[in-house]
Design a protein around this ligand. Structure first.
Ligand code: NAD
Length: 462
């Protein structure tokens, strides 16, 4: 795989300041496929300085010019979609078709949506005797995870650029190659030097240096709750703005009037796709006691069909973590009806698609984010019980409700403490705000709500 041995700073690939490298491993066969530099605090400082220097001119560009650069970026990402899909498959391990349809395609849609929003968003509004200007927040530190490696980058960088901010990106250490490809695309799209900068490196070194850098105005982070908490504390102490997209433990609530087979099959597919490494996955399925055993049988059969099609999880540590959770589920008394802790293949970081029945809300597997292909099926007595279980975690990122009548599902969804709910299998909407209630995060991404995160208001009174 193609890999740059430098950092993309101030419009060019520059040698890294330190000698350390990160080996990129293909999780499907455990082979090293490339090496990227492990950035130091010095690399981060150079990148933030470049972003600071580029800020006044970029912030002053007409929104139409920023829209034109984002449209060019969308076109480059679309033109290079095959290369993007192959790169994500090589470093994340997801099946090529999923990489094509999701990892490569969604960023094109999101970049396109911000090309349009940059051109149409009202960056000025009248309120009584005031004119309110929406101005860029400044230099953005974007720290991203590996699970949707390009989507998470574009979901931060595109709105930041649309707002007139400049950016330093620190991508996940497991998936730096698609981040380098993205930097090439930004360059090809004619974005001025210094507006976007890339520093690859380790979280506790380059990531922390970036989050702490005094030149950064806003830290936008997606990843684990533990690191998010730390970044929130660091940003809070420095009075920096912060946006956090953290974990989830979302509920898929199947009401008795729903099409049970459809709800279960879509629910299993939702959890197994991307090998369960989706923060908004519906990892808890809630079924009425009268339909419970039928749902369990359907789910076990659906999971078994994923056996050959599922990709590996991202690395050996994640595989061990997920298998640890499966063992814990068994130890706490849940009933294993598909999969299990044994690795289904000799090579690669694979985890068998796993389904647990007889899961109760107090169990670890019903409370903590596993981030692997593991579904827990919980039994509820009545609607109030379902609501109590659905809302009974520290998280509130996503969810689903299924019912015979849409209105019944909507009424239930309105009582859920969560940031988004799919009604009877509603489709992903790249313009809808994405983000969490409770400990799932702070702030929103995507669409005009996502753009607003990167803007601050200045009111002029007349
Ligand atoms: P992580 O939170 O450690 O990593 C996310 C990003 O933060 C990476 O770029 C990493 O380099 C960086 N980072 C790590 N430590 C940092 C620090 N001290 N300062 C600044 N940046 C730092 O996540 P992980 O270890 O890759 O995954 C662990 C768990 O996190 C997963 O099992 C899963 O539960 C969860 N996770 C959630 C999401 C999500 O979308 N919400 C994504 C990935 C992982």
């Amino acid at each position: 795989m193609k890999a740059h041995d430098g950092m993309y700073i101030d419009g060019e690939w520059r040698p890294a300041t330190g000698p350390d490298v990160i080996e990129v491993v293909n999780p499907a066969d455990e082979q090293v496929i490339g090496r990227v530099p492990a950035g130091t605090a010095e690399d981060v400082d150079l990148a933030v300085r470049a972003a600071l220097a580029a800020l006044p001119a970029w912030a002053a560009t007409a929104p139409a010019e920023r829209a034109a650069r984002l449209a060019a970026l969308r076109d480059v990402l679309a033109a290079r979609k095959d290369e993007i899909a192959e790169t994500v498959t090589a470093e994340l391990g997801s099946p090529l078709k999923f990489s094509q349809n999701v990892h490569a395609a969604v960023p094109v849609a999101v970049a396109g949506s911000y090309a349009e929003l940059a051109a149409t968003h009202p960056f000025e509004e009248k309120v009584g005797n005031s004119t309110v200007h929406l101005e860029p927040v400044g230099v953005v530190a974007a720290i991203t995870p590996w699970n949707y490696p390009l989507h998470q980058i574009v979901a931060k960088v595109a709105p930041a650029l649309a707002a007139g901010c400049t950016v330093v990106l620190k991508p996940a250490e497991d998936t730096p190659l698609v981040a380098q490809l993205f930097a090439e695309a930004v360059h090809e799209a004619g974005v001025p030097a210094g507006v976007f900068n890339l520093v690859t490196g380790l979280g506790p070194v380059a990531g922390q240096a970036l989050a702490e850098h005094p030149g950064v105005d806003l830290v936008s982070f997606t990843g684990s709750t533990a690191v998010g908490r730390q970044i929130g504390a660091t940003a809070g102490a420095a009075l920096k703005k912060v946006a956090l997209e953290l974990g989830g433990k979302s509920a898929n609530v199947i009401l008795p009037s729903a099409d049970l087979a459809k709800a279960v099959n879509v629910g299993v597919a939702n959890v197994m796709s991307n090998s369960g490494q989706t923060c908004s996955a519906w990892t808890r399925m809630l079924v009425h006691r009268d339909q419970y055993e039928e749902a369990v049988e359907l789910a076990a059969a659906a999971a078994a069909k994923y056996g050959e099609r599922i990709g590996p999880v991202v690395n050996a540590k994640q595989q061990a973590r997920v298998r640890g959770y499966i063992e814990k589920g068994v130890a706490e008394g849940a009933r294993l009806v598909a999969g299990g802790p044994e690795s289904p293949r000799d090579q690669g970081y694979f985890v068998a698609p796993t389904v647990f029945a007889d899961v109760t809300s107090e169990m670890t597997i019903a409370q903590e984010e596993i981030f692997g292909p593991v579904l827990s099926i919980l039994r509820y007595e009545d609607e109030e019980d379902a609501l109590r279980i659905a809302n009974g975690t520290v998280y509130g990122l996503a969810g689903a409700v299924w019912a015979g009548e849409e209105a019944e599902a909507v009424a239930f969804a309105r009582r859920m403490d969560t940031g988004q709910v799919d009604i009877n299998g509603g489709r992903f909407n790249p313009l809808a705000p994405f983000g969490g209630y409770k400990q799932s995060g702070v702030g929103r991404e995507l669409g005009s709500h996502g753009l607003t995160e990167y803007l601050q208001t200045k009111s002029l009174q007349f």
